[in-house]
Design a protein around this ligand. Structure first.
Ligand code: G3P
Ligand code: MG
Length: 388
C-alpha cells in the first residue's frame, strides 16, 4: 500500500502525527476506543468517486466500511454499527430505501435507508407547499416515484408529462430509446391523472431530481413550463419555482474522466432560458456544498449514534456533541468546500479516486487531509481516534 497523505498546512486542530498514519498494520477492531469515546465521532461518505465508480466499489470501500461495524462478519443489525456513518451523495434518482438495498448488495454490508442522504432528500421538506399541486419531476431513474414516496400527490415524471403534449419535442421520432421506453412504460404515477387534466392544469413547480437523460427534450419542455407559467403552448406567465437536487458541474462515474453533472445541465438551461425570456431564470439548488446539508447530516449521525448506543437522557435520545465529523469526498468544490464552510466539528478528507487527482492539496479548497483511497481515510480515522 502506498501512502501519499497531505495535510492542510493551516490545520488548527491537533491531529495524530503523520508517522502514525504511515504505519501499515491495521489496529485490530477490538482495540477501538470505549463506547463513550467512540460516540464522539461520525463519518459522512461521498459515493461517486469515493465508494463507487458506476456500480463498481473502489478504493477498498467494502473492507473499509466493514471496519466500522463489530467483528461478527456479516452485519445484520444496526446495533452492530460501532461508528455512526452515512452516505452523503449529490446523486439520486431512486428512493433512499432502494439505494440502501443497492449499496448493501454492492458493498456487502447492511445499510439502512436513514444512512442514505441523496441530493433530492431535502425535497421532502417542500411537501407541505406542493402536496396537492401538479409538479413535474425530471431525471434518470424513477424521479416521480421518489417524489411520490416523499408525499407529493400529483407528480409526473418529465417522460410522462411530455408524452401528453403532441409534437412538444420535434426530435422525438429520431430518438429510438424513447420509442422503446414508451412501449415498455409502466408508470407508477398514473393513479392521480384522472383527477388532473395535464393539458389544462398549470405545473406549479419543477424538480430536477437526478441527472437529466434527454437534455434537449428536458430543456425544451422546462423552458415551455417555466416561461408560460406552467402550461406549455400558452402565452408567457409567471415562472413557477424550479428546484435542483444538486449543482455539481462534473462528477466521477465509470468513465475515466469526469462527466457533466446537474450543474452543467442547470447552466445550459439557464443560459438558454435567459436568451429566450425577458426575466432571468429563478431557481434553488440543494445538495452539497450547502451548509444545511452538513447540519442535516450531523442530525442524522446523532440519531444513528443514539440508535447504536441506546444513549438516553431523560427518556430522550442523548445529544452528545460530536468531537469530529469526517467528510470523505473526491470533489474539492463540493465535498471539501461544504465541509470547510460547515466548520467545527467537520474535518475534510479528500481522496484521489474521483474528480480530484492532484499530488498536493487542492489550491482553492484544501482539505484537512488528502489520501489516495477511502480505505486510507478510514484507516487514518481509526488510528487517530484510537490514540489515547
Ligand atoms: O450524479 C451524481 C453526482 O452529481 C455526485 O455524486 O456521490 O459524488 O456526491 P456524489
Ligand atoms: Mg463524489
Amino acid at each position: 500500500m502506498r501512502f501519499r497523505s497531505v495535510f492542510r498546512v493551516s490545520q488548527s486542530r491537533n491531529r495524530a502525527p503523520l508517522l502514525l498514519f504511515r504505519q501499515e498494520a491495521s489496529r485490530p477492531f477490538s482495540q477501538l476506543p470505549s463506547r463513550s469515546e467512540r460516540s464522539s465521532l461520525g463519518i459522512a461518505f461521498d459515493i461517486d468517486g469515493v465508494i463507487l465508480r458506476g456500480r463498481t466499489p473502489i478504493g477498498g470501500a467494502p473492507q473499509a466500511l466493514r471496519r466500522l461495524y463489530g467483528d461478527c462478519g456479516i452485519i445484520q443489525l444496526l446495533g452492530a454499527l460501532k461508528i455512526p456513518f452515512l452516505f452523503l451523495t449529490n446523486g439520486g434518482g431512486i428512493p433512499e430505501s432502494k439505494r440502501a438495498s443497492e449499496l448493501s448488495e454492492l458493498l456487502g454490508i447492511n445499510i439502512v435507508p436513514s444512512q442514505v442522504v441523496q441530493g433530492h432528500s431535502p425535497f421532502k421538506k417542500l411537501v407541505n407547499r406542493f402536496e396537492n399541486e401538479l409538479i413535474v419531476a425530471v431525471g434518470k431513474g424513477e424521479p416521480a416515484v421518489v417524489m411520490s414516496e416523499y408525499g407529493f400527490k400529483k407528480v409526473l415524471s418529465m417522460d410522462e408529462y411530455a408524452s401528453y403534449f403532441e409534437n412538444i419535442d420535434p426530435l422525438s421520432s429520431y430518438k429510438i430509446w424513447t420509442t422503446k421506453q414508451a412501449s415498455n412504460s409502466n408508470s407508477t404515477s398514473k393513479e392521480f391523472t384522472p383527477r388532473c387534466n395535464v393539458l389544462l392544469d398549470r405545473v406549479q413547480a419543477a424538480f430536477v431530481v437526478s441527472d437529466p437523460v434527454d437534455w434537449g427534450r428536458d430543456i425544451q419542455v422546462l423552458c415551455d413550463i417555466l416561461r408560460t407559467g406552467g402550461l406549455p403552448g400558452k402565452v408567457n406567465g409567471h415562472q413557477p419555482p424550479l428546484y435542483f437536487a444538486a449543482d455539481d458541474l462534473e462528477y466521477q462515474a465509470a468513465f475515466p474522466s469526469e462527466r457533466l453533472g446537474m450543474g452543467a445541465f442547470r447552466l445550459a438551461l439557464e443560459s438558454i432560458f435567459n436568451r429566450i425570456h425577458h426575466n432571468a431564470l429563478e431557481y434553488t439548488s440543494f445538495g452539497k456544498p450547502n451548509p444545511f446539508v452538513f447540519k442535516n447530516a450531523e442530525a442524522i449521525l446523532r440519531h444513528l449514534q443514539s440508535a447504536s448506543y441506546h444513549v438516553m437522557t431523560n427518556g430522550h435520545p442523548g445529544c452528545h456533541p460530536f468531537k469530529t465529523l469526517y467528510m470523505i469526498g473526491d470533489n474539492p468544490s463540493v465535498d471539501i468546500k461544504g465541509a470547510r464552510q460547515a466548520g467545527h466539528p467537520w474535518f475534510s478528507i479528500l481522496t484521489r479516486t474521483g474528480v480530484f487527482r492532484g499530488e498536493e492539496n487542492h489550491a482553492e479548497f484544501p482539505a484537512d487531509l488528502v489520501v489516495d483511497t477511502v480505505e486510507e481515510a478510514v484507516d487514518y480515522i481509526l488510528r487517530t481516534e484510537c490514540t489515547p
